[in-house]
Design a protein around this ligand. Structure first.
Ligand code: ATP
Length: 343
């Protein structure tokens, strides 16, 4: 049997990219899982703290994310759904793994390097970059490893951008196993689950991905957007001035993005869709893309609006999830402490 672990940060209502690229895969994993597979999905609040957060906004984002996970169809009877910050074992194990991880290894993380590059652009004084970034941002891949290893997860669905972190997680598991040998290795080396999903691009700048931190709110479709909002955002999406519709992600990224969104909503090949619209214009395509997105989102959106009101229910689900997670990680954490000599 497999143990699948995945996490998402509570940083606001997810956009269409998050839904198509990550969350909908979780629901698929759940529906395709074998009866004895274990599924663990975490809302990773500690990771969110690596960037400045307004406490009030973070508090409501945490609850919203739980409501989103339930609204899209994750089943708390089938899967463990919980807040990472309600299981203290995560930070305990992260500390121990931090003490096994070299600084050099973390410096080579591309996520860290791109943070550094960004701070360099902002400050234009390359020597001071590192001192401006917080240590949590440096070491969060180790917390991520702890999140996974705590449940002895065997499979982790992650995007391309996180593959290097999973590699680190495997190495830390291996270092722990070899350093603290007992009769058998403690941690299995988790594998990456590849989920074929397209990167959804910004509606305003098709050279970058749809992102929640982009300043222009028109560049993304949120899971709470109404039909009217979806229509107007897609109508004003940046495309190109080439007549007719063809699927060409390299030279027509904006048009290809509309076709990718369409295809992801209807489970069709974007190139096949393009053929149907060959002689038509962007206007006609946009109307139908908006309809397809609305069709995809209307169910989860209605469910989300309903669940968001049910504060007591959400609280119960969170408490139950946290206690199952803690129970589940207790034995591993005890074994870790025994092996390193702390218990
Ligand atoms: P940021 O503001 O940092 O870009 P984000 O919400 O856009 O944040 P992340 O928090 O980095 O994205 O990612 C959450 C999950 O959603 C990850 O699994 C990531 O691969 C996926 N994801 C994010 N953006 C997209 C996108 N545009 N298309 C497909 N998947 C995406």
């Amino acid at each position: 049997p497999r143990t699948v672990f995945s996490g998402i940060q509570p940083t606001g209502i997810p956009h269409l990219g998050n839904y198509l690229g990550a969350l909908s895969n979780w629901v698929q994993l759940q529906s395709k899982a074998e009866p004895d597979d274990e599924l663990i999905f975490s809302i990773v609040g500690y990771h969110a703290l690596t960037l400045p957060q307004d406490p009030k906004a973070l508090r409501s984002s945490r609850t919203d994310m739980l409501a989103v996970l339930l609204a899209i169809g994750l089943d708390p009877q089938r899967s463990i759904i919980f807040h990472q910050d309600e299981n203290p074992h995560h930070t305990e194990l992260a500390w121990i793994l931090n003490c096994l991880c070299s600084v050099g290894r973390l410096r080579r993380m591309t996520t860290w390097k791109s943070r550094l590059a960004t701070s360099r652009n902002v400050n234009e004084e390359s020597e001071v970059d590192e001192s401006l970034l917080n240590a949590g941002l440096f070491t969060y891949p180790v917390l991520q490893a702890a999140d996974i290893l705590l449940y002895k997860a065997t499979h982790v669905p992650v995007g391309e951008d996180q593959k290097q972190h999973l590699e680190l997680c495997r190495d830390l598991a291996d270092i722990f196993n070899r350093t603290f040998k007992a009769r058998n290795p403690l941690f299995p080396l988790p594998e990456h689950i590849f989920t074929p999903s397209k990167r959804i691009l910004s509606l305003k700048d098709p050279s970058s991905k749809m992102s929640k931190s982009a300043p222009d709110a028109q560049s993304r479709i949120l899971m709470t957007d109404t039909a009217t909002q979806i229509k107007s955002k897609i109508k004003s999406a940046v495309t190109d001035s080439v007549p007719g519709i063809t699927y060409d992600p390299i030279s027509r990224p904006g048009t290809a993005n509309l076709l990718d969104m369409f295809g992801a909503c209807t489970n069709e090949n974007p190139a096949d869709i393009a053929k149907r619209y060959e002689g038509k214009g962007h206007g006609a395509l946009k109307v139908d893309v908006a309809d397809a997105v609305e069709e995809l989102l209307k169910g989860p959106r209605a469910e989300l609006e309903r669940i968001r009101q049910e504060k007591g229910y959400l609280l119960n689900i969170a408490e139950d999830g946290a206690s199952r997670a803690r129970e589940r990680s207790e034995a591993t954490m005890r074994e870790v402490k025994i092996r390193v000599g702390l218990a």
